[in-house]
Design a protein around this ligand. Structure first.
Ligand SMILES: Nc1ncnc2c1ncn2[C@@H]1O[C@H](COP(=O)(O)OP(=O)(O)O)[C@@H](O)[C@H]1O
Ligand SMILES: [Mg+2]
Length: 226
């Protein structure tokens, strides 16, 4: 779940990136966040991942208060979310398997459990047969699917993807969106940031539109239209 209430963000240089943003996302929802470049989309995702704090207002994710959260609690909050970026951010020297297993090792899971879970998530993203490959041996769409598998490894309640298809061609992009749809149908809340209008129109989901730091539309079924 996400609760943003009257959130403002002013960066140190004086840019007002968010102005009175309120947004409620319930468990199990699939939401697209759309808007032009510079409209404040990543500022929202960075608040949700606790990379930055709001200047004022209330912000919660999965029961954690993002305004008052202590540094020491942030890793626990982050285990409840999976994050996917435009540039994949895989570790080049690790195999697909190791890239995905990494975050589970970090929380001290036993090897047997890791094997089972990595097998499951790689199967889910359609890459079980590429477990031994290295990132540079994969196409862009495949690399992004590895990143998605990695984001899901610790079974987060919510997946947040910031322009995940920005580096992919339209066909791969649609595949990725369909994958998010499937992940959502299995129970994970999904927030996808994008400015690709056609993709959003293809899937009949809730679409929250932001422009110049303000939410200007929130409706189901297609891109914002004036
Ligand atoms: N670290 C920062 N310092 C100053 N201004 C920033 C910073 N990050 C983003 N901005 C500005 O805040 C506004 C919103 O940016 P952002 O949230 O990244 O937009 P989007 O993801 O929709 O492209 C833009 O005007 C951008 O230039
Ligand atoms: Mg952005």
């Amino acid at each position: 779940m996400v609760r943003l209430l009257d959130v403002y963000k002013t960066y140190e240089n004086g840019t007002n990136a968010l102005k009175s943003v309120s947004l409620r996302i319930d468990d199990g929802e699939f939401v697209f966040l759309v808007g032009p470049s510079g409209s404040g989309k990543s500022t929202i995702t960075k608040i949700l991942t606790s990379e930055i704090k709001p200047t004022s207002g209330h912000a919660m994710i999965n029961g954690y208060n993002l305004v008052t959260i202590k540094e020491s609690e942030v890793p626990y909050m982050r285990r409840t979310i999976g994050v996917v970026f435009q540039d994949f951010r895989l570790i080049e020297k690790k195999t697909v398997y190791e890239n995905v297993a990494f975050a589970m090792r970090a929380v001290g899971a036993p090897t047997k459990m890791i094997k089972k879970r990595v097998g499951y998530v790689l199967e889910l993203v359609g890459l079980a047969h590429k477990a031994k490959r290295f990132p540079h041996e994969l196409a862009g769409g495949e690399q992004q699917r590895v990143a998605i598998a990695r984001a899901l490894i610790n079974n987060p309640k919510m997946l947040i993807a910031d322009e995940p298809t920005g580096n992919l061609d339209p066909r791969r992009s649609l595949e990725i969106m369909k994958l998010f749809e499937r992940i959502n149908s299995l129970g994970t809340t999904v927030l996808v940031v994008t400015h690709e209008r056609e993709l959003v129109d293809d899937l009949s989901k809730r679409v929250v539109a932001i422009d110049n730091g303000r939410i200007i539309s929130d409706r189901t079924g297609g891109y914002y239209q004036e």
